[in-house]
Design a protein around this ligand. Structure first.
Ligand code: 13P
Ligand code: SF4
Length: 347
């Protein structure tokens, strides 16, 4: 059955503040909802957004679900509260929509690690290899790839690549290494990492496990192997969310960006979620500085001003589509016994 079209939420109209003024507190949230309705916009937010933004969104999800939501959105404006590459995917999949993002500087360390020119040279050094690329990259790198995967779809898609075909995997080497272990085959890995997931402290995690012996550990596959070895569940953000809902355990140690704990507390009330610290066990570096560039204030300004907008040159948009369409075909294959997706939807 086709999924229902997404439309903007219907909210009662509220009086406007004085021209140019930014309302504060609860009034700011109400004004955002009013402007959203006035523009006929839909607000999509990633789990790593500040809880105050998640609470205003029409849809909160992982990168795969957000891409699918953008694709089926019927609103003329999509306000994307996530990072730039996610807004780009929304534009590739729904070129008729205006795609706004509160802060155009919201990048991603994985995207930064993989400039298109360097990626093109790397590809050329491996003729005949199949180029599978994680969605956390630029549209230009997508256009140079054979297939785009997310943490929800990677394992299932890569299982379909014939055993005698070399695979190039970019840009996350930790996700790549995790997939190598799952698939039992080696790939050629681009050396990029996520600055957030790379920071988790193994020492702090082991100490937390000692302090909370009944707690289960849930980790994102962008974490290094030392963290994943300690995990009871590894998966995309949506998969981790489902895991904590379905598990009978009452306590969880969470090794991913802590924004997701907001949804965990909402969907699994009464359970306890403890964020795994980064660095030496004290720093707050497990909050994604790129995701958190979006704030209620710049979201309000974005809806008020109709920008910034994520535009993509038509040629790049068209060139980035074929890898996406290959995903549509390949993702139709049977689900592996223990997939990365943990039962998540497919592109
Ligand atoms: P998900 O696809 O699991 O939401 O991950 C996106 C991301 O950027 C993780 O750092
Ligand atoms: Fe990129 Fe890491 Fe932030 Fe995700 S958490 S957007 S991979 S920097």
């Amino acid at each position: 059955m086709p999924e229902p079209a997404l439309t903007s939420a219907t909210m009662p109209a509220r009086p406007t503040d004085a021209a140019g003024a930014t309302p504060a507190g609860a009034a700011l949230g109400e004004e955002i909802l009013r402007l959203k309705r006035e523009r006929g916009a839909i607000l999509l937010a990633h789990y790593y957004q500040d809880p105050s933004i998640q609470d205003l969104a029409d849809f909160v999800g992982d990168s795969l679900e957000l891409a699918r939501a953008a694709q089926r959105a019927q609103a003329k404006v999509i306000v994307f509260c996530g990072v730039r590459f996610m807004a780009e995917v929304a534009k590739i999949l729904n070129p008729a929509a205006e795609v706004l993002i509160p802060d155009l500087e919201a990048g991603c360390s994985l995207e930064e690690s993989c400039p298109p020119e360097a990626y093109a040279r790397w590809r050329a050094e491996h003729p005949g290899a199949f180029a599978a690329t994680y969605i956390n990259c630029s549209a230009a790198v997508k256009a140079l790839s054979d297939v785009i995967v997310t943490s929800s779809s990677a394992e299932r898609i890569l299982r379909q690549v014939p055993a005698d075909t070399a695979i190039l995997f970019a840009p996350d080497r930790h996700l790549g290494a995790y997939l190598e272990r799952k698939l039992g085959r080696t790939m050629v890995l681009w050396p990029g990492t996520c600055i957030v997931h790379e920071q988790f402290s193994e020492k702090a995690l082991v100490e937390l496990k000692t302090l909370h012996p009944g707690a289960l550990v849930a980790a994102h596959p962008e974490c290094p192997e030392a963290i994943l070895r300690q995990a009871d569940h590894v998966g995309s953000t949506t998969s981790i969310l489902r895991y904590v809902q379905q598990s009978p355990a009452a306590e969880f140690l969470i090794a991913t960006e802590p924004g997701i704990i907001h949804q965990m507390e909402r969907l699994a009330p009464g359970k306890r979620f403890i964020p795994v610290p980064g660095g030496a066990g004290e720093c707050g570096c497990n909050v994604c500085p790129h995701m958190r560039r979006n704030t209620l204030e710049n979201l309000h300004a974005c809806l008020r001003d109709g920008g910034p907008r994520r535009e993509l040159a038509g040629a790049l948009r068209v060139a980035a589509r074929p890898p996406r369409e290959r995903v549509v075909g390949m993702a139709a294959a049977p689900r592996p016994e223990a997939g990365l997706s943990g039962g998540g939807p497919e592109w």
